[in-house]
Ligand binder design. Sequence first.
Ligand SMILES: *Cc1c(COP(=O)(O)O)cnc(C)c1O
Length: 214
Amino acid sequence: EKWVEYAKDNNALILFDSAYEAYITEPDIPHSIYEIPGAKDVAIEFRSFSKTAGFTGLRCGYTVVPKALKGLSKNGDEVSLNALWNRRQCTKFNGASYIVQRAAEALYSTKGRHQVKETIAYYMRNASLLRNGLSAAGLEVWGGVNAPYIWVKTPGGLSSWEFFDLLLEKCGIAGTPGLGFGPSGEGYFRLTAFGRYEDTVAAVERLSSLKLNK
Ligand SMILES: *Cc1c(COP(=O)(O)O)cnc(C)c1O
C-alpha cells in the first residue's frame, strides 16, 4: 500500500517481481500487487514459471501491463504502456516455443496443480529445516516462510564473504553473500532451500557442529 501510494504521489512506476508467489502460505500476504487498490494505475507485474514448476531452463513467464497504465512521450503526449509493450513483444519476440507453452499449460491441470503443490512443499520442508537448524545453532534467522530462502546475520561480525569462506571450507556448504544484493546486504548471508532433502539435513548437521562465536 505504501509503495502504491508513493508511486501515485511521485508519478513513479512499480515493477513488481512475483517470482515466488506460489510459495506464499500466510493468509495476510498479497499474491499480486493488484490486490492493492489503485495498483492498476501504477504497477507492472512479472510472473514466472521458473520457481513454481522448475522452468528455469525451459524459460517461460508473463508480464501484466494494465491498460490503465499511462506514460508520457517525449513531446508530453500520454501513451498507453500496454500498447507500447504489446508492440515491443510483437516486434522483438516471436513467443515461447509451442512445446514450452504446452508444458506451462499443463501446470493448470488437476495433476499439474497437485505436482506443483508437492514440489513446493518439498522445498518448504527444506526451508523450515534450515530455518530451525540455523536458529538452534544460535544464528539470527529470517525468511524460510512464504519464500524458499533463509537469511542469517553472519556471526561474530564476519563479513558476508568471510562467512562464505568459513562455510565453504569448514562445512562444504556454498551460499550467497548478502553483499551481492547491494551494500545493505553486508553482514548477512543467504541459503537456499532448493536442494535435495538429504543434502539439506547434512548441511544442517555440519552447521550445528560449527563452533560459531557470536
Ligand atoms: C528466478 C528469479 C527470476 C527469474 O525468473 P525467470 O522467469 O527464470 O527469468 C526473477 N526474479 C526473482 C526474484 C527470481 O528469483
